[in-house]
Design a protein around this ligand. Structure first.
Ligand code: F6P
Length: 358
């Protein structure tokens, strides 16, 4: 019999509950004890209050629910933990508590931040397994992360809805979508939702070309346009300031209002067209996970438990279609995965006339 713990770190992500459910159910069926760690790594600093033994009851009816039953996800890093106004390395306390709890494995669900911390613990000898979670899909070593499909669906739905209002008023509507470092959401939703212009961090844009595309539509009689812009997109030759995105503490503001506002202003000034802008924001992360994400999350959770059983640690579960495989955690966190310029989706988008503003 084994005792394992599961924790989630970073932002919430559709499918988290489905992963937790799969881990709990398959562990219990192995005859193991399974613990949920509340509030990310900081929960392991306070095991008495924040580590709870889980049973079937905890995971009943949560497959399709957004958010996470393990409480607010927390970005605290035990290697740089802020306590009494000071930054400290409290990782040894986590390690001690792990031993005191008599745990055999720790399953960490997270994006690059959480998985980097998980990797550091793995190097300190903790038996750790990672599960790739981010709506941004920017983790290397897995074809896809869970949460991404739902975010793309939510964004596509918004683009669909904006068409009728843009057309009714002959407007240009600029939608800012999430993605600080990678344009996966904006690219996939932009193509699926029929955007005319797609601006992503990987392809710096030129406002002149963006406006040319818009003008050519109006001249052809299609008197509206939809521009999808990733929060980390930047104009050609722009300073680093443009590429930082916004939202997280310590991250620099792009420009007041974000890159969406900035692009909309430029379009307004250059084309004199009636232009509106909105930031979809956390709507992309909220609500029910798609079928794809429920399935992927369940597969990831179950695979992680199989790997605990096999004694495979220091790894992350990853989708390598058609299978879920184990990849070294160290590799998975090395680079963020960006949209290749020659990706099939980019090429197809260009072929059907979508402009990347380059
Ligand atoms: O990494 C996921 C993500 O949703 C990004 O797309 C976005 O930049 C960021 O998190 C927003 O962070 P916060 O939850 O702190 O607003």
């Amino acid at each position: 019999s084994k005792k394992i713990a599961i924790l989630t770190g970073g932002g919430d992500c559709p499918g988290l509950n489905a992963v937790i459910r799969a881990v709990v159910k398959s562990s219990l069926r192995n005859g193991w004890q399974v613990y949920g760690v509340l509030q990310g790594f900081s929960g392991l600093l306070d095991p008495e209050n924040k580590v709870i033994e889980m049973n079937e009851e905890h995971v009943r009816g949560i497959l399709h629910i957004g958010g996470t039953i393990l409480g607010t996800t927390n970005r605290a890093n035990p290697f740089e933990y802020v306590e009494d106004g000071e930054k400290k390395d409290v990782s040894s306390r986590v390690k001690d508590n792990f031993a005191k709890l008599g745990l055999d494995a720790l399953i960490c669900i997270g994006g690059d931040g959480t998985l980097s911390i998980a990797n550091q613990f793995s190097q300190m000898g903790l038996p750790v397994i990672g599960i790739p979670k981010t709506i941004d899909n920017d983790l290397a070593s897995t074809v896809i992360t869970f949460g991404f499909d739902t975010a793309v669906n939510n964004a596509t739905d918004a683009l669909d809805k904006l068409h009728s209002t843009a057309e009714s008023h002959e407007r240009v509507i600029v939608v800012e979508l999430m993605g600080r470092y990678a344009g996966w959401i904006t690219l996939n939703a932009g193509v699926s939702g029929g955007a005319d212009v797609i601006l992503i961090p990987e392809i710096p844009f030129n406002m002149e070309y963006v406006c040319q595309k818009i003008e050519s539509r109006y001249n052809k009689g299609r008197k509206f346009a939809i521009v999808a812009v990733a929060e980390g997109a930047k104009p050609k030759g722009a300073s680093e300031l443009f590429s930082k995105g916004k939202g997280e503490e310590g991250r620099q503001e792009v420009v007041l209002g974000g890159i969406g506002e900035w692009v909309a202003n430029e379009i307004r000034q250059r084309t004199k067209r009636d232009t509106r802008t909105l930031t979809l924001g956390h709507l992309q992360r909220g609500g029910t996970p798609t079928t794809f994400d429920r399935l992927l999350s369940t597969r990831f959770g179950a695979a992680a438990v199989r790997m605990v059983k096999d004694g495979q640690f220091g790894i992350m579960v990853a989708l390598a279609p058609p299978n879920v495989v184990a990849v070294p955690l160290e590799e998975a966190i090395k680079n963020s995965k960006q949209v290749p310029h020659d990706s099939d989706v980019v090429l197809s988008a260009r072929q059907i006339g979508i402009s990347f503003g380059d």
